[in-house]
Design a protein around this ligand. Structure first.
Ligand code: FMN
Length: 189
């Protein structure tokens, strides 16, 4: 089971990327997680329907990475009450062409955090709606991490055992959803 993990923040010391590294440690057996490098989002041009043909190389590369994954795990910060523009731009590119989008039926789970008190709950709610609109099968749960800057030690492990457990539960729910999708697809063949 291959999970592609995407951080909605591009910055080097992103807490959201750190949260995904912690999620990798909490994965159930048989699952592996690959963290998308920030350059993959940085390289995307702003979505422009006039650029769709021929498709830009960075867009094609990202679509291939998503197509090759069994599931997506996306950790989003909250910028001004919603999803960062770079992440929304990536979903917009991935959602096209509508007839063949790599997001259709793709299992996805969302988590995220902020340095404030609420843990990016608005961004997570928006991201889940955006992904579902684009055709993904979004796991019906969220994982908000407030006071992000205080949540981790040097080793990428969350201080709070409840957060470590929440990460394990969250990733297990995603893996189970993707396994069910796989079984249904196999039964239809
Ligand atoms: C442009 C911008 C807007 C932000 N808006 C919010 C916000 O609406 N709510 C919030 O809780 N934090 C907000 N923050 C703080 C982020 O939660 C914080 O910078 C967080 O660490 C970003 O995630 P990262 O560490 O993965 O980069 C904002 C930060 C930036 C740079």
């Amino acid at each position: 089971m291959r999970i592609l993990a995407i951080a909605g923040s591009l910055r080097r010391d992103s807490h959201n990327a750190r949260l995904l590294r912690a999620a990798a440690i909490a994965l159930p057996p048989g699952a592996e997680l690959e963290l998308l490098e920030p350059d993959a989002l940085r390289a995307l041009p702003p979505f422009d329907a006039d650029l769709e043909e021929p498709v830009p190389a960075a867009v094609a590369a990202l679509r291939e990475r998503v197509a090759a994954a069994d599931a997506l795990l996306i950790s989003t910060p909250e910028y001004n009450g919603s999803v960062p523009g770079a992440l929304k731009n990536a979903v917009d590119w991935l959602s096209r062409p509508v007839a063949t989008t790599v997001l259709r039926g793709k299992d996805a789970a969302v988590l995220g955090g902020s340095t404030g008190m609420f843990g990016a709950v608005w961004a997570q709610a928006d991201l889940r709606r955006i992904l579902a609109t684009a055709g993904a099968r979004v796991v019906d749960r969220e994982l908000p991490v407030p006071a992000f800057h205080e949540a981790f030690g040097e080793d990428d492990l969350p201080h709070d055992p409840d957060l470590r457990q929440a990460l394990a539960d969250h990733t297990r729910a995603l893996v189970e959803a993707a396994a069910t999708t796989r079984e249904l697809a196999a039964a239809q063949r």
